[in-house]
Design a protein around this ligand. Structure first.
Ligand code: FES
Length: 117
């Protein structure tokens, strides 16, 4: 079933929007032009609302002495204890196979951001 969240021009790169769809609490993040991702609005650690966290990127290091800022607008940081998750995959940035966040399919249809549940 499809649910319209908002117009795509209401959510710019780096912005997020919390929505309730039925009994589900979801946060939609705009990671770039016409690129939207949706995850469950609950941190798998202790349940904080991820919609209260900051969206940004992360630092990566490929070689000694070189640090780059990467994955801009793709990382959401939990407001309680700082765990970071990739909004595209729902996976944490730290190695773990038990704390993945549920993701939802998001599309743009007629200038609207739409979630498929
Ligand atoms: S509740 Fe999110 S890191 Fe603890």
């Amino acid at each position: 079933m499809k649910y319209t969240i908002c117009k795509k021009n209401e959510l710019l790169p780096g912005e997020k929007k919390a929505v309730s769809v039925g009994k589900k609490s979801i946060v939609v993040v705009c990671t770039g032009d016409n690129e939207y991702h949706a995850i469950k609005n609950s941190c798998p650690h202790q349940g904080a609302e991820l919609s209260e966290g900051r969206v940004g990127g992360t630092t990566v290091s490929q070689e000694v002495g070189v640090i780059q800022y990467d994955k801009i607008n793709e990382v959401i940081r939990c407001p309680w204890h700082g765990f970071e998750f990739n909004v595209k995959t729902g996976c944490p940035l730290y190695p773990s196979d038990k704390t993945r966040i549920k993701t939802y399919d998001v599309q743009v249809e007629d200038e609207n951001i739409v979630i498929n549940l």
